[in-house]
Design a protein around this ligand. Sequence first.
Ligand code: ADP
Ligand code: MG
Length: 457
Amino acid sequence: MGSVESGYELFWKETVNQIGEEISEQEFLMWFHNMEYINSGDSQIHIAVPSSFYKDQVTQRYLQTLEGKLFELSGQKLNVAFKVQKTAAQKASEKKEESAKNSEKLPSKKKKRPHPQLKQEYNFERFVRGDNNDFAYMASYAISKNPGRAYNPCMIYGGVGLGKTHLLQAIGNLSYQEFENIKIAYVTAETFTNEFILSIKENTIHRFKNKYRSVDMLLIDDVHFLPGKVETQEELFHTFNALYDANKQMVFTSDRPVSELKKLSDRLRSRFERGLNVDLQPPNYETRIAILTKKIEEKNVEIPDAVIELICQNIKTNVRDLEKALTKLVAYAELVNRTISLEIAERQLKDFFTDSNYRNVTIDLIQRTVAEYFALSSNDLKGKRRSKAIAFPRQVAMYISRDLTEYSTTEVGLEFGGRDHTTVMYACQRIEDRMKTDATLSPTIQHLTRTIKEYRP
Ligand code: ADP
Ligand code: MG
C-alpha cells in the first residue's frame, strides 16, 4: 500500500497548490504555511496543524473545499483529518532558535543593528502561541513578512498585559530585519500626541508631518489614549490617509475594540475599523503554563513544576502578572539564597494572588453590586436623578470604580451617564471625607469591595 500513501500525498500537495492560486497570498501564508502532511490511509489524510484554534479555523474555512478538490483529483472520497501537533517546520524553527541562542555571542554579519525604538526581546520566537492569541499572532507574522500588502491597517486589541506591545514590536523587529531599507516608526499614542503638541508650540509642525508621513511602516501603540484629543486625532487622520494611499503598512493597538472607544472622531474610527481587527484574549491554563515555562527558561532558573502549576492556577488575568509573580519569586530566592519550594511560593505570592484576580472588575459589575446593595437599579446610578437616595450610592459606586479599576475620572464619568470628570472627582472626595466622620461607611465600602472582587461569573 506504500504507493497509495505517496499517491495521497501528491493529491494533497496538488490540492494545496490549487487553493494557493485561488486565494490571496496573505491568506495562503496564514493558513497553509503551517499545515503539514503527516500520512494517510483508509481514505484519510492526516494533516498536522499547530493549535486547536487553527484546527477549528481551517476546518470551517477550507475543509469542504479541500475535500472537494481531493475528490476531483483522485476520483475517490478522501477525508482530511487535522491533528494538533508540532509540525516539522515548528520544530525546525525551535531548533534554529536554540542554536541561535547558543551562538548569540558570535557576531552575525547579516543582521542589522537593532531598531532604536524597538525592544529586541519582543520578537515572534519569544511569543507563546495559544488559542487566545493565535489569530493575532498569525496576522502579525503575515504583516511583517508582507508589509502594506494586506491587512492594512491592522488593529490589535485586548486587555492590559496580553501581549499587544509585544506583537506590535515583533512586527517591527521582523520587518526591519527582512527588508533592507525599510523605514519603521514605533510610537505610543501618548508620545505621538506630545510630539504633535510640542511641534505646534515650536513651530516645527512640518517636520512632525514629514516624519510620520514618510515611513514605510507606522506602529502606534495604545490608541485608546487618543479619545478627546481632537487635534491629534485630526493629524493622525491625515497621516493615516497619506500612508494608506501610498500602501504603507499601519498597525495600531488598543485596550478595547474600536467600537468601544469613546470620544473618537467618526472618520478616524472608520479608518481604524478598516482592514483587520484582531483581539487578544487572556490565556487559558495550558497556555499560561507554556508561557511561564518559556519565561523560566529565558531567565535560566529552576522552578519545580508544582510551583508553576500553583502560579498558573492562581493568576488568570494576563501575562504581565505571570511575569511579575515569577520576578518576585526569583528575587526572593536570590535574596535568601534558597531554592523555590511550593511552600515558599505559596507564602511569597499569597497577596499577589488575591490582588491579581480582580483586575478585570468592570464598572458595570460595580454599578450592579452597589445598586443591588442599596435596592436600586444600575440605571438609577447612570440616570439623571439627584435625590439623596440615589446621589449617595452613585458616589459610592464612583469611588469604588476609581479604587478598583484603572479607568480615569473622565472614563468613569462617561460610564455614569456621561457625567463630567469633575463630578467623579467630587464624589471621591466626598466619600473620603465622609469615611473620616461616619464610622459605618468604611465597613460598607469594604463589604462592597469584597463582594465585587469575589464575584465569579
Ligand atoms: P500589553 O501591551 O497588551 O499590555 P505587553 O505586550 O506589554 O502587553 O505584554 C506584557 C508582558 O507579557 C511582556 O513582557 C510580554 O513579553 C509578555 N507576553 C505577553 N504575551 C505573551 C506571550 N503570548 N508569550 C510570551 N510572552 C508574552
Ligand atoms: Mg502595551
